[in-house]
Design a protein around this ligand. Structure first.
Ligand code: ADP
Length: 624
């Protein structure tokens, strides 16, 4: 290779030439200016004169290496490229990479501190949201108690507004806690045997009062080929579907929300399931659809303003679905509605429940409703039940016409038609069933008098539908015959319990005491764990409610002491603001039987007492 030295003199790179003994024979102008090498110095990747230090090179081969040199002005990093020349000579060209390396180091530093900061932020969020639950327990609980007292209508409205805002705040805190857990990589999925139809139905039932309040329908449908028992994390699935369905109710003013589940394929013999939530609501514009999954993002057009929310729900849902091996997608049209769906593989549980003898109904069914949403859902359900002759009537007159031509047909009649033409319609069918929303239960007697033989509460369970149609003995308690007494469901325990409550927060102890006393129980208070252990030694208690964090002695230590001092049979229930799996496991390990998350619903507290004093053999709830 012939090199024109004159050219080398004009380039900005350093150029150094050595002979076969590695001695420098030539330096270009840039190399001379740097001042670290002189003619006669020995220079090669392995031999460097003083003033030149090797640097851990990113290039392990000797065609390139990096050195630090002390130039006349400052220390610089030089990256050398080696080019062998004829006759054992070598040309080294050196490029100053000081700036690049520095920037890299700075970037690395920045990344590290950003990561530290984000971890700290997550820890902060987790701690704060946890701490906020305790005072919120007081706010929600006390307001609940206040609402149950004699208030005039203004006071009631104000108290209800406080409670609603408190509930919204609790939702936000739960979201933040979840979000911080997921961000910190603490999303642990569990695998339990779960009943998918029950899951979807319970979510629809949970949201149905809210939907009914807005005049919306809500219904669930599980295709018949979905295994009755699946293996999956039920609590996390519930969270995702509840979020999607809750949004559906929130962003819909007319029509309804459906929750559907179908098998869409097989992946190594594991069924791939598609969960979908469809609403007939405001829809989402194309420009917003990509951003709504980002945290704290809300569709920014005027239509969705006025709906409260944090914009965390979808981002959490997406992370959970991702962890389950799927993705969430959305299809939406402004003014028509949205479908949020995700597909995940979920194995069928090894033990499937015995399929009960399928109920068969051989007569036609007339569905009388002008609500398109309800028609569609009933069609899916009746079709899945194998009922082939289904007729739809969009007016009472149409229904009467159909029934007169099929005198043995059953009638499924919505509330509106039952209210306007109930007597005529009920008379026209040997099996007239009225479909009620949960808020319309009070009108049962009127419908019975009109001639309806039974009723179904929406959202309608598949099993209840068939039981009503075939008149099979009732399994589900929600579908009742109109001629049976409509008994109210109240707490069943009448026994007065002696409860020891260990709680250091005064407001929370006043709250729990009020709830317990109102339910007719006796309560003794202990301000910390030590007091609880001492009080317990003097008097027998039926059950102990134990706060986790207390001064002097915490709930865990107090429980261990109680257990070691012979209180082996008394149920001890943790009252905890901690929702994490680890904390709950710690409670159980210390000898507690169960736990109740703060803020708790008064009904949950009473139900917990009943569960543990009525049937002590019951196992603790699954840790979620
Ligand atoms: P939030 O509802 O708490 O604001 P989400 O993350 O659940 O947070 O939803 C983010 C945004 O996506 C909502 O604010 C809303 O603008 C939009 N969105 C979600 N679901 C629907 C829906 N079913 N219909 C219309 N818009 C929706």
């Amino acid at each position: 290779m012939a090199v024109s030295l004159a050219v080398l003199d004009r380039i900005a790179l350093m150029a150094v030439m050595t002979d076969e003994q590695d001695q420098v024979t030539y330096l270009n102008a840039a190399a001379e200016e740097a001042g670290a090498l002189e003619k006669g110095d020995v220079f090669s990747p392995t031999k460097r004169p003083t003033g030149i230090r090797p640097v851990k090179s990113p290039h392990p081969v000797t065609s390139r290496f990096t050195t630090a040199i002390d130039t006349n002005s400052a220390a610089r990093l030089i990256e050398w490229t080696v080019s062998p020349l004829d006759g054992g000579k070598t040309l080294y060209t050196g490029q100053d990479v000081t700036r690049d390396r520095k920037s890299w180091a700075i970037l690395k530093d920045m990344a590290r501190s950003a990561n530290d900061a984000s971890q700290a932020k997550m820890r902060f969020l987790a701690t704060m949201s946890h701490e906020m639950r305790t005072p919120l327990n007081g706010i929600l609980g006390m307001t609940g108690l206040m609402i149950d007292t004699d208030l005039d209508s203004n006071q009631r409205t104000y108290a209800e507004a406080v409670r609603e805002s408190g509930m919204a705040l609790l939702g936000l805190i739960n979201d933040i806690l979840d979000y911080s857990k997921i961000e910190a990589g603490h999303l642990e999925l569990e695998e339990q045997v779960m009943d998918p139809a029950g899951l979807l139905q319970s979510i629809a039932e949970l949201l149905s009062p809210r939907a009914a309040h807005k005049g919306l329908e809500i219904a669930s449908f599980v295709a018949p080929d979905v295994p009755a028992r699946l293996l999956g994390d039920e609590a996390r699935l519930r969270q995702v579907i509840l979020n999607l369905a809750g949004n559906g109710v929130k962003f819909t003013e007319e029509g309804g929300v459906s929750l559907e589940l179908r098998v869409v394929g097989q992946n190594d013999a594991v069924p791939v399931l598609r969960f979908s939530v469809t609403d007939t609501g405001i829809g989402i514009s194309k420009s917003n659809i990509d951003r709504i999954f980002n945290e704290f993002a809300q569709a920014d057009d005027t239509r969705s303003r006025g709906y409260e929310g944090t914009g965390l729900g979808l981002s959490i849902a997406q992370q959970i679905v991702k962890a389950m091996g799927g993705t969430i997608s959305v299809e939406s049209e402004i003014g028509t509605g949205s479908t949020f769906a995700f597909e995940i593989p979920l194995p069928a549980a090894p033990d499937q429940p015995r399929t009960e003898d399928e109920l068969k109904f051989d007569h036609p069914v007339v569905v009388a409703t002008d609500n398109a949403f309800l028609r569609r859902m009933l069609m899916l359900q009746l079709d899945a039940a194998g009922i082939s002759k289904v007729m739809f009537a969009e007016t009472p007159e149409e229904a009467l016409g159909l029934l007169s031509r099929s005198p043995r047909a059953a009638l499924l009649c919505d509330l509106k038609f039952a209210a306007s033409d109930g007597a005529r319609l009920a008379k026209a069918s040997p099996r007239a069933i009225v479909l009620l929303s949960p808020v319309a239960r009070g009108r049962l007697e009127a419908f019975r008098r009109a001639g309806f033989s039974s009723y179904l509460i929406k959202p309608i369970r598949q099993s209840s539908l068939m039981e009503r149609l075939t008149d099979a003995p009732q399994r589900a308690p929600r579908a009742e015959r109109l001629d049976s007494k409509d008994v109210g469901t109240g707490p069943s325990t009448s026994r007065k319990l002696r409860v020891l409550l260990a709680e250091d927060n005064q407001i929370n102890s006043v709250l729990a005491t009020a709830i317990l006393k109102r339910a007719g129980h006796y309560v003794d208070l202990a301000g910390n764990g030590r007091e609880a252990v001492e009080t317990f030694a003097h008097a027998p208690y039926d059950i102990v409610l134990m706060d986790m964090r207390m001064p002097e002695m915490d709930g865990l230590e107090a429980t261990r002491r109680l257990r070691s001092q012979g209180a082996t049979d008394t149920p001890i229930i943790a009252l905890t603001a901690n929702a994490s799996t680890a904390d709950r496991e710690e409670c159980l390990a210390a000898g507690m039987n169960d736990f109740l998350s703060k803020p708790f619903d008064p009904n949950d507290l009473i139900a917990m007492l009943e569960r543990w004093t009525g049937q002590l053999e019951e196992a603790p709830r699954a840790v979620s």
